[in-house]
Write a protein that binds this ligand. Structure first.
Ligand SMILES: *[C@@H]1O[C@H](CO)[C@@H](O)[C@H](O)[C@H]1NC(C)=O
Ligand SMILES: *[C@@H]1O[C@H](CO)[C@@H](O)[C@H](O)[C@H]1NC(C)=O
Ligand SMILES: *[C@@H]1O[C@H](CO)[C@@H](O)[C@H](O)[C@H]1NC(C)=O
Ligand SMILES: *[C@@H]1O[C@H](CO)[C@@H](O)[C@H](O)[C@H]1NC(C)=O
Ligand SMILES: *[C@@H]1O[C@H](CO)[C@@H](O)[C@H](O)[C@H]1NC(C)=O
Ligand SMILES: *[C@@H]1O[C@H](CO)[C@@H](O)[C@H](O)[C@H]1NC(C)=O
Ligand SMILES: *[C@@H]1O[C@H](CO)[C@@H](O)[C@H](O)[C@H]1NC(C)=O
Ligand SMILES: *[C@@H]1O[C@H](CO)[C@@H](O)[C@H](O)[C@H]1NC(C)=O
Length: 430
């Protein structure tokens, strides 16, 4: 039975190879309905101005013979910008790409299908085209796009792509494995504006600061990245070689190709250090990036908190050392911060620091307050509450998260409620 099957496959393959061989392709940017692209012999599509190339590739550092269909730069084949079958590698070397009778582009070999555009069946005659922007387009007879790779990015955003609310850049699993990894870069799903986030699975790994307001969160998106992300489908041909990559270790990177040295140059990357990660040290603590490398942890509990072990989870966390909001012993311990998360905090208009403090004390067991003396007209116009000069309040039950301290920074002060009797606070790193 097995022999019989093998013979059948052999005959089938021989016929297949014989009949399709003469129609194989070499270096052009289009693939017609009755043509196919075969793995091996640098049988690829190359965009008309020799900018991008599409074909099968394997990763040198992977075990076994795993083949992927992908798009890379013609000038730099090691930089892969799109992968069709990232989670479905072909392990034979007999894989092909073609356009099926039903109008779908598929990657397949004798044992199955590894990628399909998955469109409803259509009798129209379609062709595939690799454009100079790196977009692989499945076109109908009148040249209309019915599917394009730009709508399904892998880990890379290229000039000309459209950043929609739901567009995601998903990291590779490792540097050498294009399978779906855990890091996802996308627009902030809660607020929009210029805000972007990186998630590590379900956990927030990084988020950009307020579009324009740098005195509460300095991790702004740079103009260069915003420009690339907003240029949209308007540019048919890229002005520069640039790309934004969500890399496998969790950093979003913006690269430019330097024509003189013929290398990629990193222009921007986040999170740029340990403290730039969202809430790196956990709630009720702060991260000090000024601490020299090798001097132990960068994390310490906030004033009035100390590290205690949780009996149930066996994890350590910073908890208050004293009870607040009972009795008359009401004071605040203040510290200068670089950033703090205010996503769920109350913002009240306020003209002075004492007024802000009074507003905090007027609430039932207010945990902390932070007065923002510098308004930001641009943010006010954009309708962002924190743009006005005023007062952030951490009300009862709210936590202080994503706190970063450092040397010679913004001058932004947070005042944390604590009994006066607690006295001066000394940072203790854990
Ligand atoms: C191609 O697609 C466009 C847009 O959907 C449609 O108007 C046109 O009729 C299609 N052409 C053919 C030949 O099917
Ligand atoms: C950015 O996100 C914050 C919360 O994380 C939100 O309050 C703000 O409105 C967003 N947009 C801008 C432009 O700051
Ligand atoms: C870009 O293309 C998307 C669909 O692919 C469309 O929704 C959007 O309006 C286009 N944007 C511009 C500026 O043309
Ligand atoms: C990801 O980007 C960061 C910052 O540029 C870099 O240090 C790191 O090596 C990169 N990781 C991978 C797997 O490329
Ligand atoms: C990034 O690119 C912009 C525009 O070319 C340039 O002004 C800026 O200095 C670059 N930044 C870095 C860190 O290379
Ligand atoms: C942060 O670390 C630096 C370097 O060790 C130190 O000088 C500074 O006092 C620290 N800041 C705080 C608030 O502990
Ligand atoms: C932060 O401190 C508050 C007050 O002690 C406590 O209720 C909360 O559980 C702490 N957060 C964590 C994650 O331990
Ligand atoms: C709090 O009240 C007690 C008793 O009424 C008094 O002895 C103490 O001085 C008060 N403390 C403060 C900080 O006002």
């Amino acid at each position: 039975m097995k022999i019989f099957l093998n013979i059948t496959i052999f005959i089938f393959l021989s016929l297949f190879l014989l009949t399709s061989y003469p129609r194989c392709h070499a270096s052009q940017d289009e693939l017609a309905k009755n043509e196919l692209l075969r793995d091996g012999n640098r049988n690829t599509l190359v965009s008309s101005r020799n900018i991008f190339e599409m074909g099968f590739f394997g990763m040198k550092n992977q075990n076994g013979n795993q083949r992927y269909l992908g798009i890379w730069y013609y000038m730099d084949p090691d930089t892969i910008v799109w992968v069709a079958n990232r989670d479905n590698p072909v392990s034979s070397s007999s894989c092909i790409l073609d356009i099926e009778e039903d109008g779908n582009m598929v990657v397949k070999d004798e044992s199955g299908i590894y990628f399909t555009t998955n469109l409803p069946s259509s009798p129209e005659s379609r062709s595939l085209k690799l454009s100079d922007s790196g977009n692989l387009i499945l076109e109908n007879e009148s040249g209309f796009s019915v599917w394009s790779s730009f709508s399904y990015p892998t880990d890379t955003f290229l000039p000309g792509m459209h950043m929609e609310t739901t567009t995601k850049l998903t990291s590779w699993k490792t540097r050498y494995n294009p399978a779906t990894g855990t890091f996802v870069f996308q627009k902030d799903q809660v607020f929009g504006y210029n805000n972007y986030t990186i998630f590590d699975g379900k956990k927030l790994h990084w988020k950009s600061g307020f579009g324009l307001e740098s005195n509460i969160n300095p991790t702004k998106m740079p103009i260069t990245a915003l420009h690339l992300l907003s240029r949209s489908n308007s540019s048919k041909t890229p002005l520069t070689y640039s790309r934004l990559v969500m890399n496998s270790s969790g950093e979003i990177q913006l690269y430019y190709w330097d024509l003189t040295i013929r290398k990629w140059v990193l222009n921007w990357s986040e999170p740029k250090d340990y403290c730039a990660k969202f809430n790196a040290c956990g709630p009720n603590s702060s991260c000090n990036i000024s601490k020299p490398v090798g001097t132990g942890s960068l994390c310490s509990c906030l004033p009035g908190f100390e590290l205690v072990s949780d009996i149930t989870s066996s994890e350590q966390a910073c908890k208050r050392t004293a009870t607040i909001c009972s009795g008359n012993d009401t004071g605040f311990l203040s510290m200068e911060i670089m950033k703090i998360d205010v996503t769920f905090q109350t913002f009240l208009e306020s003209r002075s620091e004492p007024e802000c403090k009074d507003k905090c004390l007027g609430l039932d067991c207010c945990q902390a307050y932070s007065y923002n003396g510098v308004g930001n007209q641009e943010l006010v116009l954009a309708g962002v509450p924190g743009g006005k000069q005023g007062c952030w309040i951490w009300s009862s039950g709210s936590q202080l998260v994503d706190v970063q301290i450092g040397e010679g920074v913004s001058g932004h002060i947070i005042s944390i409620r604590n009994p006066v009797s607690l006295g001066k606070y000394f940072f203790q790193y854990f």
